[in-house]
Design a protein. Structure first.
Lengths: 495, 103
């Protein structure tokens, strides 16, 4: 490797380098000043670092060469697709740090912010991976940090339980994924790069030798299904979402899911591209089951965080429709959907944390009277719920619109469209989902509660996070075109 | 006489299945973790066997196996720490009893 190549490689992964240094800095400060009151130092550092990273990513994305940059002997591949995911991760980190500033048990803890940053680094490498070794290392860097964060509040029985469950499911499914990767490594004659594997698979598919490959594909899909919380690999989701500290729940539900979709799309479109005809039916089934089960179970939930967990399973189902509709249209739809979903779900969980702090309960019925105690917070909840339900003029509407459009516009190699049923099922599911999202709004806006004239004070971090996310939801709901154009450009860069 | 590649793959597959059985059948969290470790070992046997028989000049398989070892160690450390913190809160690590979040 020449010096110039090394510099180019370092420039390509600069956002991850900055975040890694930031994480080490945060943990070091935490170590060398034990027992002192450090207040918001770590939160402020994390937010500042995430801002700098976001700016670096934007600068890199603007100057992105048309050809993808392959760095470190093809280990990572940076293109607009990766840049867009990195942007989502760093914005999610920024917002998660903002809503952690006033959460009991985590707000002044340096390790908490350090782990949050390390997991973001892992996500960046997951999205950028161009080699199965890199993919596995990125995935585990993300997951291991998130296991610790889920169980971060050691005195709390629910938090530790959430951490342990997340760990046990995560370790199990990532090992199944790894076994699939090892088989793929063998079937392709000892190749690890995505492009090399895809080329070998092309030959094998031409010789009709697909059965062993399908075994590897299913094993790998288990690991990705866990990451994006798709049925039947969703069992951990409700418990982990309910038990983890709320900022972590928000972070897992958006950033970890986005990272899961980044590798899902890359891997299934590039590496398993030659097997497309075989896996489309499989993933379509996964999408159908995921959104239906998520929505049906979400209706019965009384705990707000648990309801949001099932709602996020359902959202994974809608996103999988976009993956199934292979091609630019489908990928662009997923990217747009995920970008708006980052804003929406973080807002929803921020409101959940505020309501829990005010009433000491996570139940939906105890959110009654929120609209009179804190009109601003209730408005943020209104925007988030309507955006999740896909009501115009909020950003979530266009996300769903583009995903269903992609499914309807999809044509398979024989020129037929086999996905209209999936789009129809998706629309039906959105109607079902409207019920439980509106129930939450009915409780907060219509139901009366004792002490509802006591105004609720909220701290600055929450206010800033909510203002940003609500502004984003409304902006992208009215002016969807710029973001969709970016998504389309990013989708074109996948191939 | 050389041992054919398929023998190694069969051993790995059997080990993997024993691991899955352990994860699904064990109720003790440490037992589940041991099942996962068996599965990881199956992966390593696969990787090293494939490397030796198919592409011995390229070190990718060996390197992959080493990465798996390191990650498995990190995972075990975090997992055991989480199990200890659960144990401190309720003096049990039986997966069936850990169900506060289900109600």
């Amino acid at each position: 490797m020449t010096g110039e190549q090394l510099l180019q490689g370092l420039w390509a992964i600069l956002p991850e380098i900055v975040l890694l240094l930031l994480g080490i800095l945060v943990i070091t400060i935490d170590l060398i000043k034990p027992g002192q009151r450090k207040g918001r130092t770590f939160g402020a550092l994390t937010i500042g670092g995430a801002l700098v990273t976001t700016l670096i990513i934007i600068y890199q994305a603007i100057n992105q060469p048309p050809e993808p940059v392959l760095a470190f002997a093809g280990m990572v591949r940076i293109d607009l697709f990766v840049q867009m995911f990195r942007l989502m991760f760093s914005v999610a980190l920024l917002l998660a740090a903002l809503i952690s500033l006033d959460v009991k048990g985590v707000k002044t803890n340096g390790e908490f912010y350090g782990l949050l940053i390390f997991s973001t680094v892992g996500m960046g490498f997951m999205a950028a991976s161009n080699n199965i070794v890199m993919l596995y290392v990125g995935l585990e860097t993300t997951s291991i940090a998130l296991y610790m964060l889920a169980g971060f509040i050691r005195e709390s029985t629910v938090s530790t339980e959430a951490g342990m469950k997340y760990f046990l499911f995560g370790a199990f499914t990532s090992t199944i994924l790894l076994y699939g990767l090892s088989l793929l490594f063998g079937f392709t004659g000892g190749k690890t790069g995505y492009a090399e594997i895809a080329a070998t698979l092309q030959q094998l598919a031409a010789q009709q030798e697909t059965l062993p490959l399908m075994v590897a594909l299913v094993l790998i899909a288990v690991g990705f299904g866990f990451k994006v919380a798709a049925v039947p690999f969703h069992m951990w989701t409700p418990d982990v979402y309910e038990g983890s500290p709320t900022p972590i729940t928000a972070f897992i539900s958006v950033a970890s899911k986005a990272a899961g979709f980044a590798v899902f799309i890359r891997f299934f479109l590039i590496v398993f591209g030659p097997l497309q005809e075989q896996w489309i039916g499989f993933v379509a089934l996964l999408a159908a089951v995921t959104m239906t089960l998520g929505n049906l179970v979400a209706m019965q939930q009384r705990n707000f965080k648990r309801m949001l967990a099932y709602s996020s399973i359902a959202q994974a189902g809608y996103l999988l429709i976009g993956v199934t509709a292979v091609g630019e249209l489908g990928t662009a739809a997923v990217l747009f959907y995920l970008a708006t979903y980052v804003l929406t779900n973080i807002a929803a969980f921020a409101v959940a944390e505020i309501a829990t702090n005010a009433t000491g309960s996570e139940l939906i019925k105890d959110m009654a009277g929120l609209s009179r105690r804190a009109p601003g917070i209730a408005f943020a909840l209104l925007a988030a719920m309507l955006s999740l339900a896909g009501v115009p003029p909020l950003a979530g509407f266009f996300g769903k619109f583009y995903v269903f459009q992609a499914a309807i516009g999809y044509t398979n190699p024989t020129g037929q469209n086999s996905l209209v049923w999936l789009a129809i099922l998706g629309v039906l599911n959105s109607i079902v989902a409207l019920y439980y999202y509106l129930m939450v709004l009915k409780v907060t806006y219509v139901d009366r509660a004792e002490g509802e004239d006591v105004p609720l004070t909220t701290s600055g971090g929450f206010k800033l996070a909510l203002a940003t996310t609500v502004a984003g939801m409304i902006f992208f709901g009215i002016f969807a075109t710029p973001l969709y154009t970016l998504s389309t450009l990013a989708a074109q860069a996948v191939r | 006489m050389t041992i054919p590649l398929s023998w190694y793959l069969v051993v790995a597959a059997v080990l993997f299945c024993i691991g899955i059985y352990g994860v699904l059948a064990r109720r003790n969290a440490v037992g589940i973790l041991m099942g996962v470790e068996l599965m990881l070992n199956a992966v390593n046997i696969n990787l090293v066997a494939f490397w030796r028989y198919l592409n011995p000049t390229d070190a990718a398989g060996q390197v992959f196996a080493l990465f798996v070892l390191v990650v498995a160690a990190a995972e075990a450390v975090v997992g055991l720490a989480l199990i200890i913190s659960v144990y401190r809160n309720r003096t049990s690590i039986d997966a069936e009893n850990i169900n506060l979040l289900k109600q």
